[in-house]
Write a protein that binds this ligand. Structure first.
Ligand code: NAD
Length: 352
């Protein structure tokens, strides 16, 4: 029997394709904006400059200091620029770090956001913001955080290095996987999840072989968009919470943590999620979802052990203690002994 559900569509407008940044000016004019601030990381400052050139006098400033995990002190500096320049909207061009800064500004001002994602992390489709202050990352949901317009331009993803593309792609797969067993899952989001995983797993090997292939990049970005919708529409479980805990405790890189942990978190939940695993397996053209995921990850040249991305060995016990201290919803109850087992395996990269 079908699981009872509520369905609420995400309010964002999505423009997808190749060369779509050429449509940016029209999107800005649709929103009636004329004093934009363009946000980027320092590494993508040249791309922000290109966006400024496309938008001409609609842009009143650039802020190229976006930083991973959205530190509040960076947001406060950006807020001064927003106020001095009388900004009426933000354009965030980049990955989750840059999008996070745009969201942090929108939370404080309710300014409209136009987002141009250049990774597969998925922040653009969610009303969720994680901000860091004094070493603590706090996550919140608020309708003001949801970007109004998302412009996916496949051309801007061609420069994402292959290993980062794989890591970011698995970050996206994690959203879809957990959406398939979320307590608030629904048939539309489950369709998006299955198709998103299919697209990403089909495209990744080709992107690794030929990172400049527009067709494979397009398929990968399409899959990432679907997975991002899953993240924005449902409540995540053990996997996302563990990534958050590990990231906060040991300052681990975001996408790497997701990629390494996902097969282990799915193994933990496996006894409670047969339907989700069946759909994931179908999406990966396999009869064993977790095995297929480990196989694909193993072929991508990405780190496969938490110890290889900076987690200390005694971190397993600290992560178990922190997780048990803050219980949350998960299809299989979270218990210390089996949690310790999968975290130890993920730390060593010893397989499920
Ligand atoms: P990122 O934004 O930190 O980008 C990583 C690096 O890659 C940066 O230096 C960036 O400039 C560079 N880069 C990005 N796109 C590129 C491209 N196409 N070519 C070359 N270089 C490129 O990484 P991310 O994984 O996208 O984002 C991680 C952050 O996003 C974390 O802080 C995470 O918490 C947050 N996030 C939030 C949500 C949400 O819903 N709130 C969802 C996913 C991720």
């Amino acid at each position: 029997m079908l699981h009872a559900f509520n369905y609420q569509g995400l309010p964002a407008r999505v423009v997808f394709g190749s060369g779509t940044t050429q449509k940016l000016a029209a999107e800005v004019d649709r929103l009636g904006l004329s004093r934009l601030l363009v946000l980027s990381t320092p590494q993508q400052a040249a791309l922000a400059e290109r966006v400024r050139n496309l938008l001409g006098s609609r842009v009143v400033g650039l802020f190229p200091d976006a930083t991973m995990h959205t530190p509040v002190e960076v947001t406060e500096r950006a807020m001064e620029v927003v106020s001095t320049l009388k900004v009426d909207g933000v354009v965030a061009v980049g990955g989750g770090s840059t999008i996070g800064l745009g969201k942090a500004i929108a939370l404080r001002t309710d300014l409209p956001q136009i987002v141009i994602p250049t990774t597969y992390a998925g922040s653009e489709m969610t009303p969720i913001l994680g901000e860091t202050q004094s070493g603590r990352k706090v996550t919140q949901r608020d309708p003001r955080i949801q970007p109004e317009v998302v412009v996916y331009d496949v051309d801007l993803t061609l420069t994402l290095p292959p290993v980062m593309s794989a890591l970011s792609g698995f970050n996206a797969v994690a959203h879809a996987a957990e959406a398939l067993y979320a307590p608030d899952r629904n048939p539309v989001v489950s369709l998006m999840a299955e198709e998103g995983v299919r697209a990403i797993c089909d495209a990744l090997p080709e992107v690794l072989r030929n990172p400049g292939d527009p067709a494979a990049r397009s398929e990968l970005l399409y899959g990432a968009w679907l997975c991002a919708c899953c993240l924005g529409s449902t409540s995540m479980g053990l996997h996302h919470k563990l990534c958050h805990t590990l990231g906060g405790l040991f300052d681990l890189p975001h996408a790497q943590t997701h990629a390494i942990l996902l097969p282990y978190a799915l193994t933990y939940n496996a006894p409670a999620i047969p339907d989700a695993l069946e759909r994931l397996a179908r999406a990966m053209r396999s009869d064993d979802a977790i095995g297929a995921l480990m196989h694909l990850e193993g072929s991508c040249g990405i780190p496969l052990a938490l110890r290889d991305i900076g987690m200390p060995k005694d971190g397993v016990e600290r992560a178990v203690a922190e997780t048990m201290a803050h219980p949350y919803n998960n299809p299989r109850p979270v218990e210390a002994a089996p949690l310790r087992e999968i975290l130890s395996r993920a730390w060593a990269g010893s397989g499920v």
